[in-house]
Structure formats: C-alpha cells, structure tokens
Design a protein around this ligand. Structure first.
Ligand code: P6P
Length: 338
C-alpha cells in the first residue's frame, strides 16, 4: 500500500525545496485546508441541521444568500483571522474588504480572496458546490493595515490559488506556481491526502460546458463556436457550479464558456475570486483562460472588488480553436486572416 502524504506534509515538504518559500504561506494554506474540513462537515450534513434554505438577505452580487454561504464565509474569516499570516480577506459574500487586526504589532504578509461557497444555488438539491481561494502578497508593509489596493491585483500576482469541491468526495486542488496537485479528504482520519499529483489538463477533451439556455443571447462568434462543438458531437456538461465544471475539464479535458450576455454585458462571473484563481489553476495545469476579447484573464487589471468578466477556459487546443471563431466572426476583433 502506497504511503499516505497529507496536505500538511506536502506543503511543508514543498516549502523546504523552495528557499524563497516562507513559513507564512505554508501556515496560510494549512489554515485554508482546516477551514475547508469544517465547511465540508456542514455541507455533508446541511439537510440535517437546518442550514439549508436561504436567508432573506442578498450578497454583493445581489444574489439571495443561502445559509451555508454565510456559514462557510464565517468559518473562513474565523480561521484566517487568527492565522497571523493573513492581513485581510475579501469575499463574494461581503460588500467590502475585512482588514484583520495586527498580532504583536505586525499585520500578516498576505491577503486572501474567496468565494466561500460557489454554486450555492445547487446546495438545496445536493449537487456539488465549492470554495475558491486566491492568495496575494500584500502591497503595503506589515506595519499598516490592508487597504483595497492590496486586493485589486492582477491574477499574474497570485502566489497561490485553488479550490475545494464538495462532491461525491471532497477534494482540495491548489497551486503555488509550481504545478497543480489534488488532495482527497479521508473522513476516517480527517486529513486531505495526496490523490492527484502534478495534474495536467488534456490538450483537448470530449466536453464543452456552457449554459445553453443563453445561446440566443450570446454574440455571433460564441454561437458559431458552440454550433461547432455540437457538430463535433462533443458532450454538453453544465452543472452550474463553476468549480465542478472546471474540475471535470481539468481532469478529462474540455472547454468552459461563460460569455457576456445582454443581462451580463461584461460577463457574470467574478474576476477576483472566481475567474482569477481558477484561471491560475488551469494555466498551471497547461490550459488557457481568456475573456471574449481574447485577453488573458490573469492579465486583466482589476478596477473594483466585485468586477465581472466573461470567461473561456480549458484545454489549450480547444481554446485555440475557439479563438479562430472569435477572430473570424467578431466585429470587434478584426481577423488577422482577412
Ligand atoms: P448561470 C454559481 O452561481 C456561479 O457563480 C458559478 O459557479 C456558475 O458557473 C454560474 O454562476 C452559473 O450561472 O447563469 O448559468 O446559472
């Protein structure tokens, strides 16, 4: 039987092999893993302790908030606030950033951005949901509290990012810029154990993932590409939880598309705590992530905390094919072919 490698052991081992790595980031990743275990416990018994259903409040996205969203958000704040490494947090569930207090007159070196429970509309029907996180080194020094500019950083500045998918099993997938690794929670020992080493996304795959219900609201170039996927008899898989749709594509190949629509002219998904962390993971695994102007997601300059963007991400060969359709059919991007 192969020896088990726990998440904690893996993080510490990786830290030793990188002289630039600091214990603070290691501690922060371990705290996120701990928070994920607590959230997982509640996700798995949500129906039993009446935290299903919804509050009568809305989050910064104007979406009605499920009780489990708030629970997950509170746990992440609780664990990160006391980690000592995190100077502040931004969350889909909160309008503004949360600066954390100094410890021994020092503020943490990092800030964390989270979608505490992505796909919350699926909670009540027992479909996979997820937590998404991105970690930046803060721009200010450790003698001052965080401010908004510490959070409005491009995805290329991420020092770590990842997600947890609460599904048939609970898996934490993360990268610190040297590849992607996945850890499955073993509930019998309460540990995330290395289960997917050095994940590489297939160059192409049998799936395309898009909300077909918006087809007529997409721009021409997106409709032409979706028609092409259908003509190729690719399989349409769309769960409505971005983490779950990206997780499938990461392992089996494919393309995820959430283009702009009339309802969301800039796209629906959030740049800072949905698209950037997942784009970082997909790129670290060998894939690509762009918006409908074919700009690299990680290069997009954030202007506000809850900024939305269109997003197309997945297998590199499929992204390149999709780009050809945009260049050919988009009135905004003149084809180099012409
Ligand atoms: P739609 C979930 O609310 C989410 O933010 C993503 O996880 C998911 O990909 C998307 O929105 C689903 O949006 O408009 O297809 O229901």
């Amino acid at each position: 039987m192969q020896r088990i490698t726990t998440l904690d052991e893996f993080i510490i081992t990786r830290q030793k092999s990188y002289s630039s790595a600091t214990g603070e980031l290691t501690g922060l990743l371990r705290d996120i893993g701990l928070a994920a275990k607590i959230v997982n416990r509640e996700v798995n018994k949500a129906g039993l302790i009446n935290i299903l259903g919804k509050f009568d409040q809305e989050n910064s996205s104007g979406e009605q908030v499920a009780k489990l969203d708030i629970y997950a958000n509170d746990r992440l704040i609780e664990f990160l606030k006391t980690s000592g490494e995190c100077a502040g947090l931004a969350s889909e569930e909160l309008e503004d950033i949360i600066p954390f207090p100094a410890r021994n007159n020092k503020y943490g070196k990092y800030v964390v951005l989270v979608d505490p429970l992505d796909g919350s509309s699926n909670i009540d029907v027992n479909v996979s949901v997820g937590t998404i996180f991105g970690i930046y080194r803060r721009l200010g020094n450790e003698d001052s509290p965080v401010d908004l500019r510490d959070f409005l950083q491009k995805g290329t500045e991420l020092v770590a990012a990842g997600y947890v998918i609460y599904g048939t099993s609970t898996i934490l997938v993360y990268s610190t810029g040297d590849g992607v690794n996945g850890f499955t929670l073993d509930p019998t020992i309460g540990e995330f154990c290395l289960s997917h080493r050095d994940i590489k996304i297939p160059a192409e795959g049998p799936y395309y993932s898009v909300n077909q219900g918006y087809y007529l609201k997409f721009d021409l170039e997106m409709r032409r590409y979706i028609d092409y996927c259908s003509d190729l008899n690719l399989r349409l898989r769309y769960i409505g939880t971005m983490v779950a749709d990206i997780h499938r594509i990461l392992f089996q190949g494919g393309i995820f598309l959430y283009p702009n629509t009339r309802k969301y002219p800039k796209g629906k998904l959030r740049l800072l705590y949905e698209c950037n962390p997942l784009s970082y993971i997909v790129e670290q695994a060998g894939g690509q992530a762009v918006n409908t102007n074919l700009e690299r997601i990680l290069e997009m300059e954030p202007e506000e905390l809850h900024q939305r963007t269109s997003v197309l991400m997945g297998s590199p060969k499929m992204i390149e094919e999709m780009k050809d359709f945009v260049l050919k059919y988009s009135p905004n991007i003149h084809s180099e072919i012409e």
